[in-house]
Ligand binder design. Structure first.
Ligand code: FAD
Length: 407
């Protein structure tokens, strides 16, 4: 049986960064990453941006070049899926039946795209956007495609819609709620992005619930909506969130539900097992201590660093300001903090100029900013979020006062 001091399950942002940070911290023991994808660890955000558009090749989105992993003596066990965890025996088993022993286990499995449940959900031409393989399939099929239906007006759906529109496809976005980005942003930001997509020719339909996918000869030919309308298309892209990939850990007895529960050091309830990244449900200081999962590169990387510190004798609590970005057309959205639960949103700048920020307050405290083509606000606003500053709305809205001078 193979045996490693640290086994990391999942070779995405969190898993790869955990291994990198362990070696940076001079961890001397053996480290293996087991991942079900066959590729070297790569960055996921470009999948709906410049990898999908063809502007970046796969080599350019690798987290580290191939040679790095050998040099750092990090074993990559790729194309292998962990199916079960035996917490008492400190071993995992893969789908091929192999047992691998660990001293410490780091669970960094992210999640799989939530699928539609209606009829037609698994037809040819219906795709999620989570892995390189997903996007390669989309790109290979695109040649014969003129109309694409994107289900879900979240970041991934909107980014895909922007790229596909630029590639000359006729894109329809179907959003079940009354506005796009409803779960993550204030209404002015949603309305701004809706207008941008429409101006670029996207047929954006709100309050549109998918009834089923229509088919001919096993391929998707359209999306039928609740009201009976059918949107014809040759491809359906589904971006409706993820399901955290935690079943083997939960089956092994770890506490959790929507993700696996971790404490401030990213420890699960099982001995010598940590969890990090999209799959880790934690109490987040920037969400007033709410127990949440964050799906972002920031969270994956920062939790990886916390685990690496814990395993090299310098334990630290996870207390990192959340940040995120999204690229659509020539717009760069940068967000800092978490806007959930805000009771006031201050508009700074004019969306008509395509450069503005939304500043979110909760009981007078600044909790988050969404900045569109406004990097200065993003950089300077970060300090306001970190400190939870209280500033008058009129000052925040005044673009003549840089945010760094507002406090
Ligand atoms: C299209 C797209 C665009 C995004 N854009 C942005 C962005 O602009 N900014 C941002 O901050 N974030 C973005 N994100 C989110 C970000 O990529 C994720 O938050 C990040 O990848 C999470 O890292 P992770 O390591 O937790 O999970 P992942 O990166 O998903 O890695 C988990 C890995 O574990 C593997 N795995 C799962 N189960 C098992 C198992 N049982 N055995 C072995 N391996 C397993 C998975 O296949 C995967 O390779 C985007 C995500 C996607 C999909």
């Amino acid at each position: 049986m193979k045996q490693f001091d640290i086994v990391i399950v999942g070779g995405g942002h969190a898993g790869a960064q955990a291994a990198v940070a362990l070696r940076q911290n001079k961890y001397p023991g053996s480290i293996a990453i087991i991942c079900d994808e066959p590729e070297l660890p790569y960055e996921r955000p470009p999948l709906s941006k410049d990898y999908l558009s063809g502007e970046k090749s796969f080599d350019r989105i690798l987290i580290r070049p191939q040679a790095f992993w050998g040099e750092k003596q990090i074993d990559l066990l790729l194309g292998q899926r962990v199916e079960a965890v035996d917490a008492a025996q400190h071993r995992v088993s893969t789908e091929s039946g192999e047992q691998i022993g660990y001293g410490t286990l780091v669970w960094a499995t992210g999640g799989s795209p939530r699928r539609l449940t209606c009829s037609g959900h698994s037809l040819a031409g219906v795709h999620g956007v989570r892995t390189r393989a997903d996007v390669d399939r989309i790109m290979n099929e695109l040649v014969g495609v003129d109309q694409v239906c994107v289900v879900g007006g979240g970041y991934i759906g909107l980014e895909a819609a922007a790229v596909l529109t630029k590639l000359g496809k006729h894109v329809t976005v179907l959003e079940a709620l009354p506005r796009v980005l409803a779960r993550v942003a204030g209404e002015p930001l949603s309305r701004f992005f809706e207008a941008e997509h429409r101006a670029h020719g996207v047929d954006l339909r709100l309050n549109s619930v998918v009834e089923c996918i229509e088919e001919a000869e096993g391929r998707a030919t359209g999306v039928r909506l609740g009201g009976g309308d059918v949107v014809p298309c040759q491809m359906v892209i589904v971006g409706i969130g993820i399901m955290p990939a935690v079943a083997p850990l939960i089956d092994a007895g770890a506490a959790g539900g929507n993700g696996v529960d971790v404490d401030g050091h990213c420890r699960t309830s099982l001995p010598d097992i940590y969890a990090i990244g999209d799959c880790a449900a934690h109490d987040n200081a920037f969400a007033d201590g709410a127990h949440i999962r964050l799906e972002s590169v920031q969270n994956a990387n920062d939790q990886a660093v916390v685990v690496a510190k814990a395993l090299t004798g310098q334990p630290a609590h996870y207390h990192a300001v959340p940040w995120f970005w999204s690229n659509q057309y020539d717009l760069r959205l940068q967000t800092v903090g978490l806007s959930m639960g805000h009771d006031e949103a201050v508009l700074r700048g004019d969306p008509a100029n395509r450069s503005f920020s939304l500043i979110y307050l909760k009981q007078g405290r600044i909790i988050a900013l969404d900045c569109v083509n406004a990097t200065k606000d993003y950089v300077q606003g970060r300090k306001l979020v970190e400190k939870g500053d209280r500033l008058e709305a009129a000052i925040l809205a005044d673009t003549a006062i840089p945010l760094k001078d507002a406090a």
